[in-house]
Design a protein around this ligand. Structure first.
Ligand code: AHM
Ligand code: MG
Length: 343
């Protein structure tokens, strides 16, 4: 029997192969350790006193996105900030829960990497005991920058050196890419170690499953209406096959299902979120997921552009998202292209 491969061993082997350096290895280990702490907090639920809204005196705490923060959003953010503050591997951090980026304090050495994260994605599922997750993306700090600010994070997704998520579901799993495939590690709770359980994940090219919040249908753009209309028409429509639908409302859980068995995930532009550019955030939701999905043979697009090539203009910028099985993402993109060509 071959011995299990821990995350630590996997990272050491990637370092020996010259694909990552010691600082990036440390960074990923630190994020994974923080995810273990978040997993423990999420797992305690009501017993840990961590459910419900953040804030005090009857006043909700609101983040930069204008969304009410949950206690676990705030706690997860603090866990990630504390874990990454002192190791010397980072120059600065940025989070969904923080208005602006945070340079590493002068009390510690500054490293060469920038870390972005959504500390607890799927907040609407926290209080109902449904899977949530942490999403992260790693960029290089530009050469010669000693005082990193928001503008230094504004690099396209193709510049990511690592990305991943941790899903807090029936089991806790970390899914990671350093640009050499997408791999899944399951948390062995007794030992406290992430163990490699799926090496080189591959998303099936074709699918019969889609994930979208159908309640927004009437607010979508015409090409999205046409695309989903044809999915719903099934065997009787131009697609010639029946489709199934799933929507967890935790991007991490929906993407995890798609990485595991295929499908298309979409959060398109709609008239409610059009002024903001979309619902999901480019830099710490769409881009890390796009990197993971592409590394698993899938595709990721805004509907009109490859996700990883979007030039960011803001830390909290939002984008429409289509990702998953390659042929299905290409089909969704085709509906947009043909609609736009008609003018
Ligand atoms: P959050 O980061 O505030 O949790 O919001 C992101 C989440 C995604 O995980 C999920 O895909 C989407 O919002 C669900 O949106 P909706 O409630 O509109 O279906
Ligand atoms: Mg989120």
């Amino acid at each position: 029997m071959t011995p299990p491969v821990s995350l630590t061993r996997y990272l050491i082997e990637e370092q020996r192969a010259g694909r990552i350096n010691a600082d990036l290895r440390l960074l990923i280990e630190v994020v994974a350790r923080a995810c273990k702490s978040i997993s423990i907090a999420v797992g305690k639920g009501a017993l840990g006193g961590v459910l419900g809204d953040a804030g005090s005196g009857g006043r909700a705490s609101i983040n930069i996105q204008g969304e009410a923060q949950k206690k676990l959003d705030v706690l997860s953010n603090e866990i990630l900030l504390e874990a990454n503050a002192w190791g010397g591997h980072l120059a600065a951090l940025a989070s969904e829960e923080m208005d602006v980026s945070l340079p590493i304090s002068d009390d510690y050495p500054r490293g060469n990497y920038l870390l972005l994260f959504d500390p607890l994605d799927g907040s609407s599922n926290i209080d109902v005991n449904v899977s949530v997750g942490t999403i992260f993306s790693v960029l290089r700090c530009p050469e010669g920058v000693s005082e990193p600010r928001d503008e230094h994070f504004l690099q396209p997704g193709t510049a990511q050196v690592a990305a991943g998520y941790c899903v807090y579901g029936p089991s806790t799993m970390l899914v990671l890419t350093v640009g050499n495939g997408t791999h899944a590690f399951t948390l062995d709770r007794e030992i406290g170690s992430f163990v490699l359980t799926a090496r080189g994940m591959r998303i099936p090219e074709e699918t019969r499953e889609f994930a979208v919040n159908m309640s927004n249908q009437r607010f979508w753009e015409p090409p999205m209406q046409a695309y989903v209309g044809d999915l719903l028409a099934g065997k009787d429509g131009p697609r010639g096959k029946d489709f199934n639908m799933r929507w967890v409302a935790s991007m991490v859980a929906d993407v995890h299902r798609i990485l595991t068995r295929g499908g298309i995930f979409s959060y398109p532009l709609d008239s409610k979120c059009a002024a903001k550019g979309g619902k999901l955030r480019l830099m710490y939701e769409a881009n890390p997921m796009a990197f993971l999905v592409e590394q698993a043979g899938g595709a990721a697009s805004t509907g009109r552009q490859r996700m990883l090539e979007v030039q960011p203009t803001g830390l909290h910028q939002r984008v429409p998202v289509f990702l998953g099985s390659r042929q299905e993402v290409e089909a969704a993109v085709r509906y947009h292209r043909e609609h736009d060509a008609r003018g």
